[in-house]
Design a protein around this ligand. Structure first.
Ligand code: PHE
Length: 457
């Protein structure tokens, strides 16, 4: 493009935008559950070790590819090697598929947030299970109880921010929302651990527990859960970190920024455990099985907990605001990744590109939304639309993309492609270790993630 490429105005802006992408529903509804179920401190330790090795290496790789080529995924891989154009296309499909269904869930979060703020949480708490079911199956009366309406609203908010551009939209929104997100996490975390009866939950979350490890299979399961969670949590193989890297200034330190993104993401995941695990266990008579992963935890169990908690309405409102920020900064990153592909590929302006992506997302998202309701009879690979889109991207396409990226960097373009870019703006301390990771260890880990996803599906 003849036009100058957009950039983030500062390193802080870049780090907060990337962390905004990384911190999402995965941190809030999956991490606490995994940590609690899989050995408490044992899981946390395994997670942190993988985060600072495997996770960091893949993150540095993506950011460097983006910054060096100054292109979105579709051109970047091709520029590295002309035979790898297909990888760019495959990668571009991932955020295109995820954005719509992620925004459907973003719509659910918005609805719950508004209900708590408007002091209408009583409706939810009365029978949180049927409220949620009626809501997502688009059976409830009135448009404010219609999941489709909230999905479109969430999508419009995301679109407006992306329309404003990299600095005035993405960066500014992240700079406002991310510090607030951290403050809310710490505040709610402190509050919930002061509630009487939380000790058993805290123990369950934090005390190392080896009792669930009975065989080699359990060890493998622990490692794979940590790796899989990490991979998703850092928004890898979604074209996002590559795109954000392409907006990074040439003299901003890549290694330092990547470490900060990993630490930020892990910290919020860790804090989420303090917000969620102790109160859920405490208000369920010490029953830890109530901590499940996924929508049930957030939309069914937690509203019941908030209803019993002193000051629960306020905590509930603050909690859903936090989740809203987490979801919004992630959806912004997804949309920006797709818009960036359109900008590079078709040389159109941002407004047109963004509106095209908006329309595609509304169509696909409507399928996901109605797939739980009127279109429920349509199944793809035995799944409703939303679950199908989630499976095909997260479980299949993303590990494949990451393996191919490692092969491309490790053996074809060679690790120096990444190393030179990192060294341009700072040091690269673990260069040798990086090479071993990207060539051998990461592809093996990723293949293990892929195989286990396919086996358990
Ligand atoms: N990394 C996000 C999380 O942990 C997930 C995500 C981000 C999903 C961006 C899609 C897009 O929840």
């Amino acid at each position: 493009m003849s036009e100058k490429r957009d950039t983030f105005s500062s390193r802080v802006g870049f780090v907060l935008a990337a962390a905004g992408s990384a911190v999402g529903l995965g941190n809030l509804w999956r991490f606490p559950y995994l940590a609690a179920q899989k050995g408490g401190a044992v899981f946390l330790l395994v997670y942190v070790i993988f985060a600072l090795t495997f996770g960091l290496a893949l993150l540095i790789t993506e950011i460097s590819i983006g910054r060096r080529t100054r292109l979105s995924c579709i051109g970047a891989y091709k520029k590295m090697n002309s035979k790898f154009g297909f990888l760019g296309l495959l990668t571009a499909l991932v955020p295109t598929i995820i954005l719509p269904y992620y925004s459907v869930i973003g719509g659910w979060v918005t609805k719950y947030g508004v209900s708590y703020i408007a002091n209408q949480s009583g409706d939810i708490a009365k029978d949180s299970e049927s409220f949620f079911t009626n809501f997502i199956t688009v059976q409830a009366n009135g448009f404010t109880n219609n999941a489709l309406f909230w999905f479109i609203l969430f999508m419009v908010i995301t679109t407006v921010i992306v329309l404003l551009g990299v600095q005035k939209g993405v960066e500014k929104a992240s700079k406002i929302m991310m510090p607030l997100l951290i403050l809310l996490s710490i505040g709610i975390g402190i509050y919930t651990i002061t509630i009487p009866g939380v000790v058993s939950g805290l123990k369950y979350y934090l005390v190392p527990n080896f009792s669930f490890i009975k065989s080699f299979k359990d060890v493998a399961d622990l490692f794979l859960s940590a790796l899989g969670q990490l991979f998703y949590s850092l928004s890898l193989a979604m074209a996002i970190m590559l795109t954000y890297g392409s907006y990074m200034k040439k003299d901003d330190d890549i290694q330092k920024s990547s470490v900060q993104i990993v630490v930020f993401d892990s910290l919020v995941a860790f804090l989420a455990g303090f917000m969620i695990v102790p109160p859920v266990v405490a208000f369920n008579g010490g029953d830890p099985t109530k901590i499940n992963a996924g929508p049930g935890l957030m939309f069914v169990t937690l509203p019941q907990v908030f209803a019993q908690m002193p000051g629960g309405k306020i905590v509930g409102a603050l909690f859903f605001i936090l989740v809203f920020f987490a979801a919004l900064t992630s959806s912004i990153s997804l949309m920006e990744a797709v818009v960036s592909v359109f900008l590079d590929k078709f040389k159109i302006n941002r407004t047109v590109a963004t509106l095209i992506v908006f329309v595609i997302s509304i169509v696909l998202g409507t399928l996901s939304c109605l797939g739980y309701g009127p279109l429920g009879h349509i199944k793809l690979l035995g799944r409703e639309f939303l679950d199908f889109f989630d499976f095909i991207t997260n479980s299949v396409m993303m590990p494949i993309i990451a393996i191919l990226t490692c092969i491309l960097v490790g053996f074809i373009a060679k690790p120096k492609f990444v190393e030179e870019e990192v060294l341009k703006s700072g040091e690269f301390k673990a260069k040798k270790a990086y090479e071993v990771m990207v060539k051998y260890i990461a592809p093996i880990f990723l293949a293990a993630i892929l195989i286990s996803n396919l086996v358990v599906s």
